[in-house]
Design a protein around this ligand. Structure first.
Ligand SMILES: Nc1ncnc2c1ncn2[C@@H]1O[C@H](COP(=O)(O)OP(=O)(O)OP(=O)(O)O)[C@@H](O)[C@H]1O
Ligand SMILES: [Mg+2]
Length: 145
């Protein structure tokens, strides 16, 4: 295992996935790539480009903070890490980066910020599992509040 992709939306479940990614990375001397994706809601197309652009910039900034915080926690565990922010559909961006970086596995949560326990897994997790060409490890949220 050389590279692990850890996509995070900053949720508690993703935090748990990070811990698992770190465990695997330590055991296999792999490095972790952290990716946070600022989503572009389709409703933004109804706004003036300048307004939509500022909204996007703000989202990007927030997601960068999330990715940076995760990277720091990983580095604190003496695991090599880098981080990246993309704007777009989270599932597409996650799968694209996994292909581009030729990662050995994606480690992510079953749920994210929405965290609806009634759905088996969230929509981002679901789409990544369907589209990815590498193994995807889903870390459950089960007993989280
Ligand atoms: N914007 C994002 N950027 C990076 N990773 C993400 C993003 N959104 C979700 N993830 C990853 O996907 C995992 C599952 O989250 P997902 O969004 O599928 O569930 P949810 O938020 O509970 O449900 P939904 O988004 O479908 O309402 C998270 O734990 C995280 O690892
Ligand atoms: Mg979500």
């Amino acid at each position: 295992m050389k590279k692990i992709l850890f996509p995070t939306d900053g949720s508690k479940t993703a935090e748990r996935a990070r811990e698992f990614a770190v465990d695997i990375a330590k055991a296999t001397s792999a490095e972790i790539i952290v990716l946070s994706v600022a989503p572009t809601p389709s409703t933004l197309s109804g706004f003036q480009p300048a307004v939509a652009g500022r909204f996007e910039d703000e989202m990007k900034k927030e997601m960068l903070e999330i990715a940076k915080a995760a990277k720091k926690k990983i580095l604190d565990e003496d695991v090599k890490a880098s981080c990246k922010v993309e704007v777009g559909a989270p599932d597409d961006k996650i799968v694209k980066l996994a292909d581009k970086e030729k990662v050995d596995a994606i480690v992510m949560g079953t749920h994210g910020v929405t965290g609806l326990a009634r759905v088996f897994i969230g929509s981002v997790a679901d789409r990544v599992v369907r589209k990815a060409s590498c193994p995807v490890i889903l870390v459950p949220a089960k007993d989280l509040p």
